[in-house]
Design a protein around this ligand. Structure first.
Ligand code: UDP
Ligand code: MG
Length: 315
């Protein structure tokens, strides 16, 4: 069988401190996999400079000249991790049979890349890298991450537990991904919706070897919220449900008001004040919910997501 060409895509933002180590380790890994006839010698690693303000790009350019398997891609400005990753995937999908995405800080163990490739050769289209334990993360990071997955589940967003953006995607999955035109990217939510055969490899998350996290809590919260609002209309559904419940309560209250009025135990003016209030309040929320349902539909339509992908065909 022909050896697969594997590309590794690493988005980098201000990773000058990390790069000497990362480029050398990744290059050695590819050398080793090529030498052992696991992947083709056309395989490569591409470091995507996401508009860094430090020496990231000069280092990438220098390492690309120094190492056989290292390439570089420089974006015009900082677009964020997800878009930088997509830029790398889209640019190089035609030059490889599969691309593996991984962070440049080597927190995700590159030792399992071999296992990913083996699974890919066995016919798996998407191989998810899944963290076994989060012992190296801080208490805060661990728990906010847990909260993140819980929230996603509550909001009906389909993502893999403890999987970030460390994964292998086959060429046809990358082609499918390229058909998604959305601007609010949340890759780990899109990939499962593409389908095809998937598998997983498990690894221990390591500590960042140098530099610091580019994802402070503020950015992480924004990312999570983007995940929910890009993938789920559930918050809008909640409005409908709450609207309906309140409408119902208001109806009961109105009944009570009329009942109290019929008994005559009321202050003059009370009925004519609270009755329209309850009634209008209930109707308003209910209508808001119904509008939400339509806005949700419009939202799904404007994204123009592909409706299906074909796996196989026999004649
Ligand atoms: N990154 C990027 N653009 C950004 C922010 C981060 O390309 O605007 C890259 C960063 O260089 C790293 C990866 O995304 O390779 C993940 O970032 P980081 O390790 O800081 O996040 P954490 O692991 O702490 O969540
Ligand atoms: Mg990291």
């Amino acid at each position: 069988m022909k050896l697969p060409v594997i590309g590794i895509v690493l988005p980098c933002y201000n990773e000058a401190e990390m790069l000497p180590l990362t480029t050398s380790q990744i290059n050695t890994l590819i050398e080793d996999l090529v030498a052992r006839n696991i992947i083709s010698s056309n395989s490569f690693a591409v470091f995507v400079d996401d508009g860094s303000k430090d020496a990231t790009w000069p280092i990438i350019a220098q390492k690309a000249a120094e190492y056989n398997y290292v390439k570089g891609l420089r974006l015009s400005c900082n677009v964020g991790h997800q878009k930088a990753l997509l830029a790398g995937l889209n640019t190089f999908m035609d030059e490889a049979d599969a691309l593996i995405s991984i962070d440049a800080d080597l927190q995700d163990d590159i030792a399992v890349i071999e296992e990913m490739v083996v699974k890919f050769k066995a016919g798996t289209d998407v191989v998810y890298g899944i963290r076994k334990e989060r012992t190296t993360d801080t208490f805060f990071k661990r728990n906010t991450a847990l909260l993140f997955y819980k929230l996603m589940k509550q909001m009906r967003v389909n993502i893999m537990y403890n999987h970030a953006d460390y994964r292998l995607c086959s060429k046809r999955v990358l082609k499918a991904l390229a058909e998604y035109g959305e601007v609010n990217l949340f890759l780990r939510g899109i990939i499962p919706t593409i389908g095809f055969r998937s598998g997983a490899v498990y690894y221990d998350r390591l500590e960042r070897a140098a530099g610091e996290s580019k994802y402070p809590f503020r950015k992480m919260a924004a990312f999570a919220w983007n995940g929910v609002t890009s993938f789920s209309n559930y918050p809008l559904k909640l409005v409908t449900i709450i609207g309906f419940v309140i409408f119902f309560i208001c109806l009961l209250l109105s009944g009570y008001v009329i009942f109290a009025y019929s008994l005559g135990h009321v202050v003059p003016g009370w009925v004519s004040t609270v009755l329209p209030m309850y009634f209008l309040g209930g109707i308003q929320l209910f209508c808001l919910g119904i509008m939400g349902e339509y806005i949700g539909k419009i939202y799904l339509e404007v994204k123009k997501r592909p409706r299906y992908f074909i796996d196989e065909r026999v004649d």
